[in-house]
Design a protein around this ligand. Sequence first.
Ligand code: MGD
Ligand code: SF4
Length: 742
Amino acid sequence: LTRRQFIQIGGAAVGGGVVASGLASRWWGLDRNRVEDPGTDGDRVVASYCELCFWGCGVLAHVKDGRVTKVTGNPDHPLSKGRLCPRGAGATGLLYDPDRLKRPLVRTQKRGADVFEEVSWDAALNKVGEGLLELKRRHGPEALALFSHGSGGTWFKHFMKAWGSPNVGAPSYAQCRGPREAGYLLTYGTPLGSPEPIDLAHARVITLIGSHLGENMHNTQVQDLADAIGSGAQLVVVDPRFSVAASKARYWLPIRPGTDIALLLAWMNVLVEEKRCDAEYLAQHANGLEELKAHVAGKTPEWAAAITGVKAELIRDSARFIAAARPASLIHPGRHTTWYGDDTQRARAMAILAALLGSWGRRGGYLTFNKMGLPPYKVGKEMPHGGKGAADKPRNGGYPVAGEVIASGLCDAATPGHALYDLKGWMVYGCNLIQALPSRKQTIEAIQNLDLLVSIDVLPAEICGWSDVVLPECSYLEREDDVLAPPWREPFLALRQEAVPPLHESKPGWWIAKELAGRVGLGDYFPWKDAREYVDARLTLGRHDVAEARRRGVVLGKVGPVCEEEGLAIELGTDSKKIELHSEELKRLGFDPIPNYVPQEEGPAGHFRLLMGRAPTHTFGRTVNNRLLAEPYPENEVWVNAEAAKALPGFPGPLRNGERVWLVNQDGARSGPVRAKVTQRIRDDCVFLVHGWGQGAKRLRYAHGKGASDAELVTRYKVDPIMGGTGMSVNFVRLEPVGRTA
Ligand code: MGD
Ligand code: SF4
């Protein structure tokens, strides 16, 4: 199977138009051995890094007559390797979106009425500055929180340090990858971070447990996955839905949602009972093998079959298949892991399974990536707050293994009556909290109690409609930002550079933060003239060739060994310096030291469990208004099992493919109308929606009202007691007919 076939199938499965559309020529190299010629058809090419999601691929923006004509992958950049995913290729759809925020806005009616007047930058910044100073005077600096998602947020994080508040969070932790970070931290002594240090390219068997790579597009991972498949790697996919990856898999396990821990324990049972673990590796590196053996003793495939709905034979065969490829048998850790409230334990189970396979620290498994250091800009003034967040002042509601500030905790802390209540102001950079936090009702209640809500955004997202002041940032193609230097196999520094000047009256984040700082007496903490001078100073201090870095957009570091096979000894970050199969820390904290399966609550009769995921051409709500990306996937659909669709309560006859339905949850919350995708590719106890649609923001003229919002249907959530993640797959919906026209 070639990359092209894999991607074609992926595209066809989720929106056949993609492959046929104009996007296809910009989407990946069409031959996997050849990088498309990035030669410009314009006046010049500007190297930068992408912000259509948070992966950070290197791009080349081609500019002609002052307009960006196309965006291609930077061949020199280790994350893009000359290719972009469809979202990255569609960046001009954001740059030239007619609905962009054009001028600063100040609210003129009650919050949520979405009525604003356009004002000058001076007026808007003065208003925010006065509001901030009043907040500080009345409640102290820590009454301000920042929600920040995206690399431009670094300027506002810097502002928060100067201001003196540790309350900086993002939904990407407690509403996304947090449980995984906690699970791996407890097991190996280190969280995974982003990009995940996994070796998809060299794995011989890749096990995806509810990770729908191919629809979930992290460019480098999908490239590596396609390459691995092309060179004979096999997939095992555990998903209630026949995902694109499942359609390529040797084994697909259509699991009952919420029962993965039972399956993982049964897989461990087979490995242990049949002596298929890496005994030598475990003897050298792990603690608690005997306790683990005793724990999984009765947890046979037959036991798990009754729970998971997956045949015992399939569980046994797939366990043997996974074990046969060890250590190059990769259990993908997943990323969006806040499902059922027991998610740290599920992540622990995955981490333990990886240890039994001996894949931590080994080729084809988990690697140790390196980061390129870069000296900081010399501010010359000590920061009032180190900004260590959760570790500094617990904004984590007492969840003992929370490694970052809990965004939902910041919401709690703005809700009167809550034990942590002391927040009075929010700055929101690039997060649509209305869709991103669980329980919209609580988010709005918190907002209504704030003294000040400021949002900084490119588009008029729903959160802007609730803000007091809206500050329009320019898109990433119109601005400079800080250097990006994540840990990676080939360490690198990447530059964000302005391809074209800001459109309308939008401004870059660095400018907004600096101007605000000046208005609240913190100008000394922003001594740089502009972001370019800031970045060049850091590069110069790091002894890099600034002109060359700007030309290539990337500085490559020295590649060192990343796994045992390359000579890197396996070192664990736990206190015991061993892999904690049995976690003493969890035991001390009063939690199960080895994961246990605990049944999830079932939904009411006639309801389906609501599951969510991604589509290849969209990054949740950030791209739904992008006309280019809407071409292949204009709105989401609700996946409904074909058998179940034949006799839905309240429907006069079978639900037809393409028919519009309302989704109504167990508490009466309603979303839609949304088209039904009637398919055999999903179990009959759940339905599936791609996240991001059902936008209530009227100023998003294209996306407004299209599809259904899963967030609107998440009225309940189950908190992970270990790290505070909000499990959101605990809601159930029934379908209601709308009409008979497709
Ligand atoms: P989810 O979105 O939760 O996580 O991507 P993933 O880490 O893959 O995964 C959804 C899959 O899990 C679906 O296939 C669903 O059917 C399955 N599933 C649901 N419940 C269960 C269950 O109980 N058990 C099992 N085994 N499977 C289950 C998210 C990731 O994607 C993230 S966090 C981000 S921020 C990125 N966002 C993003 C995007 O917005 N767009 C695109 N195109 N790609 C993206 N990549 C990243
Ligand atoms: Fe951009 Fe796609 Fe890379 Fe994300 S994965 S940074 S959207 S090219």
